[in-house]
Design a protein around this ligand. Structure first.
Ligand SMILES: C[S@@+](CC[C@H](N)C(=O)[O-])C[C@H]1O[C@@H](n2cnc3c(N)ncnc32)[C@H](O)[C@@H]1O
Length: 467
């Protein structure tokens, strides 16, 4: 993030604008939407100044320093280069944050594209890289933010002390506001029925305070975060992640997905890497139960799908035993994400009529006791999770059971992420592929004819290009 958004408080603020031309007029019009006092530094009063006379004072250049002394920020909007330089040096000397129109190199801050809804202000900036894009985003926001959303914010401000007095936990207050600002109260404000909204607010507050006094334990959502690409999250996962008060997450959940968690939510890493548990499974259960009993909105966020080699089943059982509702939200398993990303159809009418997911890692370490004879049968695809470390044994066992050494394999590490790596080869060269590509995991092994299809397609393309 090369730009850091922050909003100036404009009650009792004083802003100094240099210039008298069109740019100065535009900036004055913008600043005059706030309650700030404006000092316009110019030799002559411009014609356009009249409508702003309540807020605007003309200051001659000799008195500019005095004006800057109390300025919250300054905008240099002069069209004259010498004047721009003079104003810049003067403002620097007074330590006032500077915006200079069309002079990015002189700016301490830039003025974003804005959407003004009274107490709700949205701002979009691209750091000067694409102002048109910023305007387009602003237009989209315009369609999303109801005209009277500022009135809703004003209502919330009026009710804040009463809500604080009636609900004593921060989590409880947040839940109340989420319900109130998204439900009937908001609808009444948007419809222009301010009196109705006030009555609904009173009603909602007394109901909420009574109900939550006896019923504080919330459900826990066990949510699949998918293989890493945030665009592969489900809409439901996205919504729950944004509403959660606390998120217990695995190592496999990508940073981009964790960035979607609300800024003030707790993030608790509990995941394991290569058999190393940060928090033992029982400890994870206890943490989730304790948080749910405190009335928090709990999300247990797991890589891929919670019910595929994800211990989702154990967590559901533990929660239910503790009398807590558990809801599972499926995620895109890494098997599906990696296959799509590497263009490997896991089933194919000509090549694979059976698809098997297996783990390459036994609970007590080493290779698990799998049905190698069954896995070695033709026309099927085997996807091995957690199989990088045991790949040599898996390759050996499958060949011993009769699967030909030339059977295609693909190894995909960090599938769907920016650092995805892919290696292709055959069953008898599996270890070499892993070593040559420097694959350490998280990675999947895909074994079967379908794993050769991307390579075949590539070879065909090369042949066609050479023909
Ligand atoms: C404990 S399992 C969890 C599987 C997960 N529940 C799912 O549905 O994908 C962890 C294993 O999933 C695989 N895995 C998870 N994310 C991956 C990714 N982005 N790319 C490749 N493999 C991944 C690796 O085999 C890793 O060792």
């Amino acid at each position: 993030m090369r730009l850091f958004p922050a909003f100036f408080q404009m009650d009792d603020a004083h802003v100094v604008i240099f210039g008298a031309g069109t740019n100065a007029e535009r900036k004055t019009r913008l600043v005059a939407k706030t309650p700030a006092r404006i000092s316009l530094v110019t030799k002559r009063r411009p014609d356009w100044a009249e409508p702003f006379s309540d807020q605007l004072t003309i200051v001659t250049p000799e008195h500019a320093g005095q004006a800057l002394d109390t300025a919250r920020f300054t905008i240099i909007a002069s069209d004259d280069e010498a004047e721009v330089q003079w104003a810049y040096e003067l403002a620097r000397a007074y330590g006032v944050p500077i915006n200079a129109v069309d002079r990015k190199e002189l700016c301490d801050f830039t003025i974003p594209s804005m959407l003004d809804r009274g107490q709700v202000v949205a701002a979009v900036a691209t750091g000067g890289a694409a102002p048109v894009l910023a305007k387009d985003i602003r237009s989209k926001l315009e369609t999303l933010l109801p005209e009277r959303i500022g009135s809703l914010a004003a209502l919330a401000e009026r009710w804040r002390p009463a809500v604080k007095a009636a609900i004593d936990t921060e989590t409880g207050r947040r839940h109340f506001w989420e319900a109130a600002l998204r439900g009937a109260v908001a609808e009444a404000v948007y419809a222009g029925d301010d009196a109705g909204a006030e009555a609904l607010m009173e009603d909602a507050l007394s109901k909420f305070a009574n109900e939550t006094a006896g019923n504080e334990t919330g459900p826990v959502h066990i949510v699949g975060a998918g293989p890493g690409d945030p665009e592969l999250l489900t809409l439901k996962a996205f919504r729950l992640i944004q509403q959660a008060d606390v998120v217990f997450h695995d190592k496999l959940v990508s940073k981009e997905i964790m960035d979607l968690v609300r800024r003030d939510a707790e993030r608790v890493p509990v995941g394991k890497s290569k058999g190393e548990h940060l928090v033992p499974q029982d400890g994870i259960h206890e943490l989730m139960i304790a948080a749910a009993e405190e009335g928090k909105r709990v999300v247990r966020l797991k890589g891929g799908d919670p019910f595929i080699f994800g211990r989702g089943g154990e967590e559901v059982e533990a929660l239910r035993e503790a009398g807590i509702e558990a809801h599972v939200v499926p995620g895109i398993s890494s098997a599906l994400g990696c296959a799509a990303s590497a263009n490997i159809p896991l089933t194919h009418r000509d090549h694979a009529q059976t698809l098997t997911f297996v783990t390459g890692h036994a609970q007590k370490g080493g290779v698990p006791d799998l049905d190698w004879q069954g896995l070695a049968k033709p026309h099927q695809t085997i996807v091995v999770f957690m199989g990088v470390g045991t790949a040599p044994v898996i390759s050996e066992k499958l060949q011993e059971a009769g699967l030909p050494g030339k059977t295609p394999v693909a190894v995909i590490e960090n599938g769907t992420r920016a650092n995805e790596k892919r290696g292709f080869g055959s069953l008898d060269s599996l270890s070499r592929v892993i070593e040559e590509k420097g694959i350490r995991g998280p990675a999947l092994l895909i074994i079967g004819e379908v794993a050769g299809l991307p390579a075949e397609a590539l070879n065909r393309k090369i042949e066609e290009a050479l023909a």
